[in-house]
Design a protein around this ligand. Sequence first.
Ligand code: NDP
Length: 598
Amino acid sequence: MPNTTDGKFSDIDYDALRERYEAERSKRLRGDGNAQYTELKGRADFDRDPFADPDFTREPVSGDTLVTIVGGGFGGMLAAVNLVENGITDFRIVEKAGDFGGTWYWNRYPGCMCDVESYTYLPLLEETGYMPTMRYASAPEIFAYCQSIGRQWDLYDRALFQTEIIDAAWDDSIGRWRLTTTRGDDITSKYLVIAGGILHKAKLPGIPGLEDFKGHKFHGSRWDYAYTGGAPVEGTVMDKLADKRVGIIGTGATAVQAVPQLANAAKELFVFQRTPSAVGVRDNRPTDEAWFRSQEPGWHKERVVNFSAAVTGKEPDVDLVDDGWTEVMWRDTAPVTEDPEVWAAAERSDFDTMEALRRRVDEIIDDPEVAEKLKPYYGKTCKRVCFHDDYLPAFNRPNVHLIDTDGQGVERITENGPVVDGVEYPVDLLVFASGFENGTDYDRRIGFDPKGRNGLSLSECWSKGPRTLQGVFAGGFPNLLMISTVQGAFGTNYVHFLSEVAHHIADVVAMCEEAGVQTVEATPAGEDEWLMTLYGYIGGFVQYQSVCTPSYYNGEQGEPDEKAERNLIFFGNVMEYAEIVDGWRARKDFAGLAITKG
Ligand code: NDP
């Protein structure tokens, strides 16, 4: 599939295809958007950490620290590493999990890996000297890498694991955040960095009867190996599933990786599909050590930037990564233009890209009826494209059954199992590969509601939508620094954004300390100007998404509320975001911020 093709498939009827996309989209529109999902929180049957030591105890911590970082995933760790590199070591990291890793701590489902090339996804490769073993690293390898970063930068000594913030309130009288936690800690902190993650709050589909199911069940990010057997280690088999009927609800990126493993292990596997994923070639392979060791200093940043350019339609001179991602995303098919011809050419290119992925299904799947159901009929940026070489072949196995719901989702769940089209599918185990919250209120996703000046909480201040400068600073919340996609940036290689924003935040802390700043927060004018900047980068996104099938990229196409126009991400690429914030820091004028000194 060449990168820049227009009209590659001479036999495509583009008008018919457009109608098919619209028909598939209409089937899936349901009005309730994100509200169709429920949270795990407080549900004893789902909301637990199967990986942490249940008997863990420690003495409560009290006292003052310069910086408190909430979150020990890549965002929080990179913020910490950058603080250390700036000579700032007076900080703590509060993390609800039992270790560092964030998404790579929680997601230990069988087959879990990163489908972004490891030489670009893993941060700090030149600083650590680490060579990923494979082109696409497995979750256990990435988790171990996170732990090694923790050791290399002495982060373990500063971490409070299995600890959640109960309350974070700004105390003007001492110019500090006061933090209390589930472990009885009472900490004051000049700066509060929230690195809560982009997709860290797992969600469940609100399917009627879910409570009635009598079999075993869990969310994919809370995998229960005690039930399935096996371990989150490549090559192990989930031996306890050999006599089990297993159902999996959802066919997104998690399911695409887990289904082949479940297919190998279970007696029968039922895959409940609402919308098929687009699945391109993976082609994983061991790292060529000679190639890796021959890289010149600076290679990592160059590769990271090149990849982000390639997957945002910037068509760089050379495609260094040259994989499924860069191939699919090479052309920008949501161009900033009013020219209908440019838009039509972009649309044809998008149709061609997706057609190649649909034809891949025909090449792999034996049964034409099953093949038809596995074909994605929507644009390439409507949902996250997946890459895997074993997912589609799994549906050729006699023990694997695709239960397609024709866009409607599972009708209900009985005590025995899911029901689709009036047919009950009894299962012993039900796995929910139903995703993570995105686009819901920020305070809901971070798990606590910081209280700023005058005791006003973030949810109160943002009742009409978020207000930030750079997605980092918020008015009324002194010395609060956020790492998030809420008015912040995003990227196919999300760690690229995290690396840039973590560097920015650590430099801001250093800059403030150097200038004798006591408090720093966004001004209303700074927030308004940032909103205008965000609007300036929307480009063709809104027009493109308006004809998309629902997904977390577009708020599940629910009815937009008054918050939606502010609840934006920065639609430029990571390099454009970095240029803005780096340029802003270089001017050292704190533009858009109110600062006090004392
Ligand atoms: P997704 O949100 O992508 O998928 C959720 C799935 O659940 C969808 O297939 C959805 O269908 C389905 N679903 C929801 N409700 C119902 C219902 N009532 N009946 C049947 N099916 C239902 O979640 P994932 O966990 O798969 O992935 C989330 C994100 O995590 C990815 O997009 C990616 O960013 C990240 N990830 C990254 C990986 C990597 O390799 N880098 C690997 C895994 C995850 P529908 O599509 O119709 O909404």
